[in-house]
Design a protein around this ligand. Structure first.
Ligand SMILES: [Zn+2]
Length: 541
């Protein structure tokens, strides 16, 4: 159909959990780029009878733009050759672009494929401030989806200097300035302190716990967590501090994860890719699941939120350089490691998930356990940390695992059982997520955790981002191929085909700060940085 200025989606079964709507047949009305209460009876109609209507999907943690992602693309030419994307044929002869897929798709392919899956908002989860311009340039080239990014701050030299000097207020002003000047959305911490130690190049190449000191200073991972969680809350950022804990992927790391949560007890904080941080056992002594202990803490603490995914074929891309060195050393795969001056690190290693490998099976099962034992879907949402734990294209399969116990039990039998002893999954967890709960963990929940008031719901005033699925008992098929996707009122997917690819919008914050901080930051740039203060950042004129 031609693009209408107004649209009435009629007769669909609506799941809009933010507004208490759980599978109710009702109309959804759109005018321009917003949901409205009603449109004239003469407005064009989209017949959604028998179909499921949800807000557009929201992925709160993915790696889709910026220099680290681009390094990953350059590392993987074989994936480009195996998964070429021809330019889609769009309505009205609009310009469309070809690209490549694989685990790290090109920019255009990323936008097309997220939209084709019913996702309309995506957060890039780790951008070094120095690379902010690059990230914005790539997001400008990623059509359809609204996007923002999280700014890496947990190993930032200027910040650590302020913490060492006890300059808490200046540290907070710096954070606010940095978010504004990079046009970032939230604060990201990756392996607090560990990347700074890695870059130091001495005998010690990582931190091991929350109270390790960094160099001769009194700065510890605990202090970094506390300062940045406090800054996010005091600056009233829409999303709290977003934390990738120390000791990712290591046996026994659940102790560090729980200690980190405890360190911030009472403060809002978001802990990401929890499936990589919930292992029992001990380094050199073996692996076990510690999912139950970790999720029980989350269940009992309303100030904590998390995202969780399950494994598939992946490429690991992270600022956590020491963990990537470990992964490279254990896998022997090709890899990239990049230090980003004064700010962060970056490592990339491709990862093949093999369900017959004992550790991989354990890692897969931990994600499922976390979901099946979680009490509050609003605080335990779905994300694979694309492309780290699997690509976003695996979401339909993961939804089926959550919704279909028979399928899940079959899959469970197929994986290596060696390390699953003690896994709650073997207790025969019967839980099946409902469509309403899936609507929470894939859109309403992440939108709320991100503080995106106009996303993840369908009340008047919300952005007109709507996904309509044919109701299919095979939930993987249903969620892989939405029939219609509407983004900001534009019908981007029609009868399962991409029809339009409008530009997405940027999501960014601009917190207040005492401008005096910039005098000190400029002095720091003059002394240490290769970039002039005046040439830094990505603020719009
Ligand atoms: Zn990530």
């Amino acid at each position: 159909m031609t693009q209408p200025a107004r649209l009435r989606i009629t007769g669909g079964t609506v799941y809009d959990p933010a507004n208490g709507v759980d599978g109710v047949v009702r109309d959804v009305c759109i005018e321009g780029d917003q949901i409205v209460a009603k449109v004239p009876v003469s407005a064009p109609r989209l017949d959604a009878r028998g179909m499921v209507v949800m807000p557009g999907g929201v992925d709160m943690h993915a790696h889709v733009a910026g220099s680290s992602v681009n390094h990953a693309r350059r590392l993987l030419p074989e994936e480009h050759a195996a998964d070429p994307l021809t330019a889609p044929r769009l309505e009205d002869g609009a310009v469309a672009r070809s690209g490549t897929g694989g685990t790290v798709p090109s920019t255009f392919a990323t936008g097309y494929r997220y939209a084709g899956l019913g996702y309309t908002t995506v957060m890039e989860a780790a951008v070094a401030p120095l690379a902010a311009r690059h990230a914005h340039a790539e997001l400008d080239d990623t059509p359809i989806i609204d996007a923002g990014f999280f700014v890496l701050l947990g190993n930032d030299d200027y910040l650590l200097r302020q913490l060492a000097a006890g300059e808490g207020a200046r540290a907070r002003d710096y954070v606010a300035w940095l978010l504004g000047t990079t046009r970032g959305y939230a604060i990201k911490i990756v392996n607090p302190g560990g990347v700074a130690v890695w870059k130091g190049g001495g005998d010690r190449r990582n931190v091991s716990g929350l109270d390790d000191t960094l160099g001769s200073s009194a700065v510890t991972p605990r202090k970094i967590l506390d300062a940045l969680a406090g800054a996010a809350n005091q600056l009233k950022l829409p999303h709290p501090v977003h934390i990738h804990c120390n000791n990712l992927g290591q046996p026994g790391n659940s102790a560090t994860t729980l200690e980190s949560m405890n360190a911030l007890s009472g403060q809002r904080a978001h802990f990401t890719h929890l499936q990589f941080h919930s292992y029992g056992g001990a380094p050199g002594k073996g692996w076990a699941s510690a999912a139950r202990a970790v999720i029980e803490y989350v269940n009992a603490h309303a100030e904590v939120s998390v995202d969780v995914g399950m494994f598939g074929s992946a490429t690991t891309v992270t600022a956590d350089s020491p963990v990537e060195h470990l992964l490279y050393a254990s896998s022997g795969r090709k890899w990239v490691n990049v230090d980003i001056e004064l700010e962060s690190g970056c490592g990339i290693v491709p990862y093949s998930y093999k369900e017959k490998a004992a550790v991989a099976a354990l890692q897969w099962s931990v994600g499922l356990e976390l979901f099946l034992l979680a009490n509050d879907p609003w605080r335990v949402v779905l994300s694979t940390d694309h492309p780290n734990g699997g690509t976003f294209l695996s979401y339909p399969e993961l939804i089926r695992l959550l919704m279909d116990r028979g399928y899940r039990d079959d899959r469970l039998k197929a994986v290596n059982q060696k390390l699953l002893v003690g896994s709650a999954l073997l207790d025969g967890l019967a839980r099946e997520y409902t469509l309403g709960e899936i609507a929470i963990v894939t859109r309403a929940g992440p939108a709320r955790l991100l503080g995106l008031k106009n996303k993840g719901h369908l009340a008047p005033g919300a952005d007109a981002d709507v996904t309509i699925y044919a109701n299919d008992a095979d939930r993987a098929k249903m969620f892989a191929t939405p029939r219609y996707v509407i983004k900001a009122g534009s019908l981007v997917v029609e009868d399962g085909q991409l029809r339009r690819a409008p530009a997405g919008r940027r999501l960014a914050v601009r917190p207040e700060y005492d401008a005096a901080v910039t005098t000190d930051v400029k002095r720091f740039f003059d002394q240490y940085a290769c970039v002039a203060f005046e040439n830094y950042g990505a603020a719009l004129p």
